[in-house]
Design a protein around this ligand. Structure first.
Ligand SMILES: *Cc1c(COP(=O)(O)O)cnc(C)c1O
Length: 245
């Protein structure tokens, strides 16, 4: 088990480096986020002890269970899944950044909670760049307005954008998603919103991280290529209609 993770992490870092080289980018500009849904704490800890620093969880229940166990490694923890408003209280205990802000109602409830706890949080706006109904995220057309609205909430520090690219064997279709996120970033930066930085682009996963890096990713979120195939289908995490309560 540990040999595999060690080997896989080396492979991923090599892939990141090679993609950066091709794209003329500095590899220090691209961080690896361990996408750890379904992965147990021991295996996550193993990766952290090898020098990884950033973890992302999709479900609040898993977030809570594992954060306690991996806290000794002091990782930076992001929430990358669909967030229901009734889980806000729990998520802000564990995550320092929510990458999946995709609606104003969620941001407003988050803001209320943060205000009452006298806290702030980093956030990315999740954009549905593939226009697939099964995926969460604000539509590209409405992204700028959401960024403007969320920027008014002073407890939420917008630091970037997140997307899940189209699952397709045609790289150019996947690339289009990442380019769209980059163009939204440019347009949003041009608005010069106070307190909004938008430096981060969280995009690219096991199968498409090279394309994402070529298009400007600053965080790639990788699960399968490090920890192996998951037993649950991704629809369990991504598709509201198939959600198990
Ligand atoms: C599962 C997941 C990933 C990682 O996907 P892999 O294909 O396993 O690398 C990245 N981002 C999100 C939001 C995820 O849910």
């Amino acid at each position: 088990m540990s040999d595999t993770i060690t080997h896989n992490l080396k492979t991923i870092h090599n892939r990141i480096q090679a993609a950066c080289k091709r794209a003329g980018r500095n590899p220090h500009e691209v961080r690896l986020l361990l996408a750890t849904k379904t992965v147990d704490s021991e295996r996550i800890k193993f990766a952290l002890e090898l020098g990884e620093t950033l973890v992302g969880e999709n479900k609040v229940q898993e977030l809570k269970q594992k954060c306690e166990a991996i806290a000794v490694c002091n990782p930076e923890v992001h929430f990358i899944g669909h967030l229901q408003t009734n889980k806000i209280k729990e998520v802000i205990k564990w995550a320092s950044c929510i990458e999946s802000i995709d609606r104003l109602n969620l941001a407003e409830k988050l803001h209320d909670r943060l205000l009452s706890e006298n806290k702030t949080i980093d956030a990315y706006i999740q954009v549905n760049t593939s226009y697939e109904e099964s995926k969460f995220g604000i539509s590209p057309e409405n992204a700028l307005q959401l960024i403007k609205d969320v920027s008014q909430l002073e407890t939420i520090n917008i630091k970037g954008l997140m997307t899940i690219g189209l699952f397709s064997s045609e790289p150019e279709k996947v690339r289009k998603c990442f380019r769209l996120l980059k163009s939204i970033q440019k347009n949003a930066i041009a608005l010069n919103l106070p307190g909004v930085s938008l430096k981060e682009l969280s995009m690219g996963m096991s199968g498409d991280l090279e394309i994402a890096i070529e298009e400007g990713a600053t965080i790639v979120r990788v699960g399968t290529a490090i920890f192996g195939e998951r037993i649950y289908p991704d629809s369990y995490y991504w598709d509201e209609t198939k959600k198990v309560k």
